[in-house]
Design a protein around this ligand. Structure first.
Ligand code: AKG
Length: 223
């Protein structure tokens, strides 16, 4: 009896801390969404909670963010967000009349790229990092179909921070739309073939919205 009392005193706090730890960690889930003939996968709670929070802070602090300019309908304008193109040397990225020169991979980002590559079944060698400071930062309609991504690229998009709406519209019929909510710590996998038929956008919102970092992992086929 005496012995079990001592064991109980030791075991109970241990058991309690294991159980509480379990409760604090949101379970990782995987959901499928159909857009036309394409099946998108949304992993919620892709990373352990504390890892996701630490990563969001580190990305905001350590990525060399800049607010670039693009050419749209013949006019040059400042983009409504900050961005950084991270890739191996020589892999530049051209879109909307501007060229993004690669920032070398920070060592601390490589394990995440490997984990995202495993989840998507694609060997990503580059990532476009986007920082949306608040609800007025956004990204307009486009497809990720630049020639350097090859035909029918798979794109994996990790969202950290504020939840935002993400919209799709069919390239031939703009009235045909779909909308997804991208929560904190979620990974959206856009399958091969989607970009050729659908565009996507991250619209502005009037709601009070904190910062959000989005990482879209890509495979560049030539430099
Ligand atoms: O921030 C997002 O979720 C969208 C990013 C995006 O569309 C892109 O990088 O091409």
């Amino acid at each position: 009896m005496k012995g079990s009392g001592v064991a109980g005193t030791i075991l109970c706090p241990l058991l309690l801390s294991i159980l509480t730890e379990g409760c604090n960690q949101n379970a990782s889930t995987r959901m499928n969404y159909n857009i036309g003939d394409h099946q998108l996968i949304l992993h919620q709670n892709f990373l352990p909670d504390d890892e996701a929070s630490a990563l969001l802070l580190r990305l905001q602090k350590e990525i060399p963010w800049h607010q670039g300019r693009i050419r749209l309908f013949g006019r040059e304008r400042t983009i409504p967000r900050k961005q950084c193109w991270v890739a191996e040397a020589g892999l530049s990225y051209r879109y909307s009349g501007s060229t993004l020169e690669p920032t070398p991979w920070p060592e601390w980002l490589r394990p995440l790229a490997a984990k995202v590559s495993r989840a998507a079944g694609c060997n990503f060698n580059s990532v476009l990092c986007n920082l949306y400071r608040d609800g007025q930062d956004s990204m307009g309609w486009h497809s990720d179909d630049e020639p350097e991504l090859g035909t029918d690229p798979i794109i994996a998009s990790l969202s950290l921070g504020a939840e935002r709406r993400f919209r799709f519209r069919h390239r031939q019929d703009h009235k045909h739309t779909r909308c997804l909510l991208l929560p904190n710590n979620s990974l959206l996998i856009m399958p091969a073939g989607l970009q050729a038929q659908w565009q996507h956008e991250l619209p502005k919102t009037r709601q009070l919205t904190g910062p959000r970092v989005n990482l879209t992992f890509r495979h560049v086929v030539h430099g």
